[in-house]
Write a protein that binds this ligand. Structure first.
Ligand SMILES: [Zn+2]
Length: 410
């Protein structure tokens, strides 16, 4: 047992939990000033004001947490971190004026990463991915969702999902695997999207489900990729096989993706830069979390998602880096919080809840993450700061240390 004391601010997020992460106000961060936390066998046994520490804990060893703000560990709910090669050339083309879609049709884009990923060995994929996980851990993250989607053949998609499984054996972070075979149409199926969708439904989904290699199933619903009808077919098959749904939707064009995500009871609907007013209303009335990726907008120089409209309508909004080699090679959720505040007009409190409680909700993980409360395992980011406002203020340079009990992966 240990008593951590002199915590400058302890943000339990009890209020945010009570409101399901919607319409967050600063009071919902449930801040305790000059706090103490008692940790016993990896779980929180007591928390409150230091002056109110019960006498039964007064003889336990003390740790001075002076100069730190405690927040729930960050949750990264959307990444593509198993891949090979980089896309620096794409970036230079984009800086020269080409669009994402023009680069994709000239041999760059997702398919260039697919080529490198197919050629890479499992060991190469594993080593690169480990560096990414380390970078996330250094920036306060305790739980990371990882998508496949740079293989696009059964063999190479399995190679990616198995890499995630191996990563979990070595990583102190909890990893949530997502199967994303419909990320792009592979070269072998060019002009035959229907055949590719049938193949995924007939063979790939049953195989991945049977082997327990994924929790979620995801589709890139977009003009030139997979349309709403194909997305629905794929997702219904995945649901039949026990996978839960996430969608990449309404990123470049409004495809009524938000409405479809809600109809499919998706855990989250991600991107939404071009979501319609009807899509916003549908999300607000649902339990589907709206996951926003301001880093992708920054990096590609495109419009930001309508975060303010989503939050004001009552949607549960989460933040992600969308870490991937093409549109956001950043591991910093605190930087995404800054972007959310400066570019999407979130308050600091809304941004903080979006990167913790709501990001956990986007993975169905609020039991283990997103709040600091008695009885829960310790999953805390101890930020070197005097106030929580410094986290987004520090512009991606927030420093801190993680405090977390070992995970028991599913
Ligand atoms: Zn993505």
């Amino acid at each position: 047992m240990q008593v951590y004391e002199h915590i400058k601010q302890l943000l339990t997020l009890q209020g945010a939990k009570h409101k399901q992460g919607r319409h967050t106000e600063e009071a919902d961060l449930s801040i305790i000033e000059d706090a103490a936390v008692v940790v016993d066998a990896g779980s929180i046994a007591w928390l409150g004001k230091r002056s109110e520490l019960p006498s039964q804990f007064s003889h336990a060893p003390r740790v001075r947490a002076t100069g730190s703000v405690w927040i729930p560990a960050l949750v990264e709910c959307h990444t593509h971190l198993v891949f090979a090669g980089d896309r620096a050339l794409d970036f230079s083309k984009r800086c020269g004026g080409m669009t994402y879609q023009q680069i994709a049709s000239s041999g760059g884009g997702i398919l260039s990463t697919v080529k490198h990923t197919r050629e890479a060995s499992s060991k190469q994929l594993l080593e690169r991915a480990k560096r990414s996980l380390h970078a996330f851990a250094e920036r306060g993250v305790a739980c990371v969702e990882i998508k496949s989607g740079y293989g696009l053949s059964l063999e190479s998609e399995l190679k990616i999902l198995e890499t995630i499984q191996r990563l979990q054996k070595e990583s102190p972070l909890e990893l949530i695997p997502t199967f994303l075979p419909a990320h792009a149409i592979p070269p072998e199926f060019k002009g035959r999207t229907h055949d590719y969708v049938s193949e995924i439904c007939k063979t790939w989904i049953p195989e991945v489900s049977r082997r327990g290699l994924a929790v979620f199933f995801d589709v890139f619903l977009e003009d030139g990729y997979f349309n709403a009808r194909e997305t629905r077919t794929l997702c219904e098959k995945a649901l039949e096989h026990g996978l839960k749904i996430k969608l990449h939707a309404d990123q470049f064009t409004d495809q009524k993706g938000a409405e479809l995500a809600v109809a499919l009871h998706a855990q989250s609907c991600d991107h939404l830069e071009n979501v319609s007013p009807e899509g916003i209303r549908a999300l607000a009335k649902s339990n589907t979390v709206a996951v926003l990726a301001p880093g992708a907008s920054l990096f590609t120089g495109t419009a930001y998602p309508p975060a303010r409209a989503l939050i004001d309508a009552g949607a549960q909004v989460a933040l992600t880096t969308d870490f991937n080699p093409g549109t956001c090679p950043s591991h910093s959720l605190p930087l995404m919080m800054t972007l959310a505040c400066t570019q999407m007009q979130l308050t600091l409190a809304e941004a903080l809840v979006a990167a913790t409680f709501n990001a956990a909700a986007a993975l169905g993980k609020t039991d283990g993450y997103g709040t600091i409360e008695v009885g829960k395992p310790v999953r805390v980011w101890q930020v070197e700061a005097q106030t929580y406002q410094e986290i987004a203020y520090a512009f991606g340079e927030t420093r801190g240390t993680s405090l977390q009990s070992p995970i028991t992966p599913n």
